[in-house]
Design a protein around this ligand. Structure first.
Ligand code: A3P
Length: 337
């Protein structure tokens, strides 16, 4: 079967040549601006492919969020809620044989921009999955998503923590790519850091500008409240059980009295907690390979899982710069982090 990856002869190379481009330092991929948002070429292939081919079903639930805003956690929670009737708990009140105990949450929920690129795409229009995920901004979603009436659970996170989390992830990717290419050249981590920080502030970050991403979904959620559950990482962290109940209701699978009685919402929260997921063998030593990306250690998806970590990574000036941009961008929107 013909590969869908960027290739000098396909339409994609032509498209790229017409788009604004942002070079990045180290081995980090250059970004291209498409429909107002920035992507690496490989992800952009997936975006355009999903836009052309993906047909949403009214029963689908799309898990959306910008990178490093809590997607791994949200996928785990949604997957656990959606599949809870299939798995029984044992006497220690652990949910036995659950796929989340032996799989990275990303492997259990197809990702639109990536899974359409596989020679045998994981997503088909006769799929059994109803849970799907994306980082795509609202305005670039495949047309059938807003039109078919399926539901979207969106997560966002305070921008300074989001940047810090993105930075650590990007650094890990950069290290892996350098190791793979056998590069002798030592990368200047502080240079990458400041460069990436400036790019984040300018909105030039994968799937960014981050503010536009959040506001796009926020405004859509005001227009179509039945279609959206709009979550903030910090609120989810502060009262996960409350939001797990909300998610279950939103997914049209509210917990029954019996499930409440046996503590099912709490069990799901425990199973999907940072401590629990990050301690699993699969997430400590396993590897995950998003298409076109270097093989990534699963543990890279679990760093700290805290709020306010930015205090240890940003100078007061850097924090102020992000806060000022945040204020400007959100002014008048009714939204705040
Ligand atoms: P930090 O880098 O701040 O620790 P994403 O899943 O969108 O890639 O976001 C990754 C961020 O979510 C990382 O944040 C990661 O540690 C955190 N995270 C992963 N699993 C989590 C969980 N179960 N509970 C809370 N945070 C989690």
């Amino acid at each position: 079967q013909k590969s869908l990856l960027p290739n000098p002869n396909n339409f994609f190379t032509e498209l790229l040549s017409t788009l604004p481009k942002q070079n990045r330092v180290g081995t980090l991929r250059d970004l291209y601006k498409y429909q107002g948002f920035w992507y690496s070429s490989i992800i952009l292939t997936g975006v355009t492919q999903a836009q052309k081919q993906f047909q949403a079903l009214p029963t689908d639930i799309i898990i959306a969020g910008g990178p490093k805003t809590g997607n791994t956690w949200l996928k785990a929670l949604c997957f656990a809620i959606a599949t809870r009737k299939r798995y029984q708990d044992d006497h220690d009140h652990q949910i036995e044989n659950h796929p989340l105990l032996s799989n990275l949450p990303h492997s259990l929920v197809p990702f639109l921009e990536v899974d359409f690129l596989k020679d045998t795409p994981t997503i088909t229009n006769t799929r059994e999955h109803t849970l799907l995920s994306t980082h795509m901004p609202y305005t670039s979603l495949p047309e059938s998503i807003p039109s078919c009436g399926c539901k979207i659970i969106y997560i966002c996170r305070e921008p300074k923590d989001t940047f810090v989390s993105q930075w650590h992830f990007a650094k890990r990717l950069d290290e892996l790519r350098s190791a793979r290419s056998g590069s002798e050249m030592k990368l200047d981590s502080s240079l990458i850091y400041h460069d990436e920080f400036n790019l984040f502030c300018e909105g030039k970050t994968s799937w960014g500008p981050y503010w536009d991403h959040v506001l796009g979904y926020y405004k859509a959620s005001l227009d179509k409240p039945d279609m959206f559950l709009f979550l903030k990482y910090e609120e989810l962290k502060a009262d996960t059980v409350f939001y797990v109940r909300k998610m279950a209701e939103f997914m049209c699978e509210p917990f029954s009295n019996e499930e409440e009685h046996e503590g099912m919402p709490e069990k799901i929260v425990r199973m999907c907690s940072f401590q629990s997921l990050s301690g699993l063998e699969v997430n400590k030593t396993g590897k995950f390979r998003p298409i076109g990306h270097v093989e990534l250690d699963n543990c890279a998806y679990f760093r700290q899982g805290n709020t306010g970590d930015w205090k240890y990574h940003l100078t007061p000036e850097m924090a102020e710069r992000i806060d000022t941009i945040k204020e400007e961008k959100l002014r008048g929107s009714g939204f705040s982090f």
